[in-house]
Write a protein that binds this ligand. Sequence first.
Ligand code: CIR
Length: 256
Amino acid sequence: MLIAVIREVSAALERCELSYLPRTPVDVTLARRQHRAYREVLETLGCRVVSLPELPEQADSVFVEDTAVVLDEIAVVTRPGAASRRVETESMAQALAEYRELAAIEAPGTLDGGDVLRVGHTLYVGQSARSNREGIRQLAAATATYGYKVVPVEPRDCLHLKTAVTQVAPGLLLINPAWVDPRAFDEMDFLEVDPAEPHAANAVWLPGGVIYPRSFPRTRERLAGRRVPVVMVDMSETEKAEGGVTCCSLIFRVRT
Ligand code: CIR
């Protein structure tokens, strides 16, 4: 069975960290409605959703993906690159302790889960403004005993590695080649985003289908052309906070 851990949208979402987008007004009521619909899609696609309570003062806390890297064998609690986000990890660690042995990234390491793309037993990790060499080294040390290989990758002009590339089918990566070099990834096939939709590479791949933002119709056509089954969600408000669809959940397997 799959568990999806999510967290309720913070009342402070509008005060989120922004790196590449200008600040624009965020409708928190709409963000919450969209988040409920996202939750329902996760459930429809077979996830049991564990919803953590709102952290009203933590603007970015809906973006749970950044607070941990959950593998089959272990969960690595991160130390987010943005200092404002570090308090988000404690309650996530408590929630994950029920399901996994825990490890943690320690100072001076930084790591955001949005920089970690798992493909089988390879962890591609973005060396970004949020995830530093020491954080990546600690992730490699924590996961090596379970047979994971960590491959650092340098995304450019975007927040996280998974802003630039995610997996959407067996052996298939959806990628914006302007933001990450496809040659960084071994033995994979690529589907490029439509150049008019640079943010379109972030998708959640689940056994029942791919959760995909309504904002990127041209790239959605490309996915249809490759027969990738897609379930659309409207995430306009969290997109204004530089969050994609992967950011809002931590999805992992549990034995029933
Ligand atoms: C931040 O800058 O940390 C948030 N405003 C957006 C985080 C998005 N998370 C993700 O892509 N994994």
